[in-house]
Design a protein around this ligand. Structure first.
Ligand code: PMP
Length: 339
């Protein structure tokens, strides 16, 4: 693989995240490795992390923070709702955390969490803003530089429709200053942003061997990034929004209820639906899978009560959405799927 392929990927990621950050690259691993890379580099044992929680991923961030010996604080939304930027700003004011974590697209609840306006409070208290965009990038607007985000990570298998295996990640200048001034070495060689960044050609130095790049995944993300750039981000954001609105109205017309009540809080690429009373939700998804349609069950304790319908990338398509709702309705009406 020539380094040109990696440089193409870096250019594509800068466009995807809307950033000019030099340290824009991929960690080798799935979305979780993005979270680990972000926390391991930006935080040292004993420092603090504020987790904005709208579902499972805020709790996962808290748990990782605790594993890393961080002091963790949580600001949690009521079920199916977002945390307001004012509330988050207040929590920053109160705790003055070293970093804060926000999941933009909460795939367990189908929430889109707004972050515009947060960077002011973050800068005032020297807090680094970390955003998880695994389940939202490419479908929901995201502007790293304009919104003052210090670290963003994502994954390849959602809106990009590439195979899982890489975690795109970008660090702001403020984030890199923090990393360069650490008192202790990053506890992981594999996820060390300075080492990884050198390997990806981010530091302008001669590149050193760091690890063996999963080259098939690098070629795959390069193709995926070229597809989204050809469509344009603005068009992709609009397409996801228009198609998810169609999905919501078809679901409601057919007697289903969305988990997230307020339409403005619903994610454009993943919709969480309540399993109707008297229906065996898992039987329905198993039967649909047999027919070639995968709808996910809820995550965690809500597994049997919710369905999650992904409209990521190529699946954000009018005809596919119409088929999904029709097939789901047929299954619900089938007596063998009753409780
Ligand atoms: N964050 C979010 C919002 C996710 O939806 C996921 C995966 N579902 C992850 C992180 C973790 O990604 P992975 O499963 O690729 O490790």
């Amino acid at each position: 693989m020539t380094f040109q392929v990696m440089h193409d990927v870096r250019d594509g990621l800068k466009y995807l995240f809307q950033t000019t950050n030099d340290f824009t690259m991929c960690a080798s691993g799935t979305g979780h490795s993005g979270m680990e890379c972000a926390f391991l580099n930006l935080l040292e044992r004993g420092e603090s992390l504020l987790c904005v929680t709208t579902g499972l991923w805020g709790r996962r961030a808290e748990s990782l923070g605790q594993r890393l010996g961080l002091q963790t604080f949580v600001v949690e939304a009521p079920q199916g709702e977002v945390v307001s930027v004012e509330e988050i700003s207040k929590a920053i004011e109160q705790h003055k955390p070293t970093a804060m974590f926000v999941c933009i697209g909460e795939s367990s609840t189908g929430i889109v969490q707004p972050i515009q306006g947060l960077s002011e409070a973050c800068k005032k208290h020297n807090t680094l803003l970390i955003a998880d965009t695994v389940a939202s990038i490419g479908a929901e607007p995201f502007k790293m530089d304009e919104w003052g985000v210090d670290c963003v990570y994502s994954a390849t298998q959602k809106v990009l429709n590439a195979p899982p295996g890489l975690a795109p990640i970008s660090f702001s200048k403020r984030a890199m200053d923090k990393i360069r001034n650490r008192k202790t070495k990053v506890a992981s060689f594999y996820f060390d942003a300075l080492e990884l960044g050198n390997y990806w050609g981010c530091d302008g130095q001669i590149t050193r061997y760091h690890h063996t790049a999963p080259i098939s995944s690098v070629y795959a993300i390069r193709s995926a990034l070229s597809i989204i750039a050809n469509e344009s981000l603005e068009h992709s954001w609009e397409r996801h929004k228009t198609n998810v609105k169609l999905l919501h109205s078809l679901l409601e017309e057919n007697g289903f209820e969305c988990f997230v009540q307020k339409p403005e809080n619903r994610l454009a690429c993943l919709t969480v639906v309540k399993v109707p009373q008297g229906v065996d939700g898992k039987k329905v998804t198993a039967s649909l899978l047999g027919k070639g349609l995968e709808i996910a069950n809820g995550l965690g304790e809500s597994a049997a009560k919710l369905w999650r319908i992904g409209t990521f990338g190529g699946n954000s398509d009018e005809q596919k959405i119409r088929n999904v709702v029709k097939m789901l309705k047929d299954e619900v009406q089938n007596p063998t799927n009753k409780l």
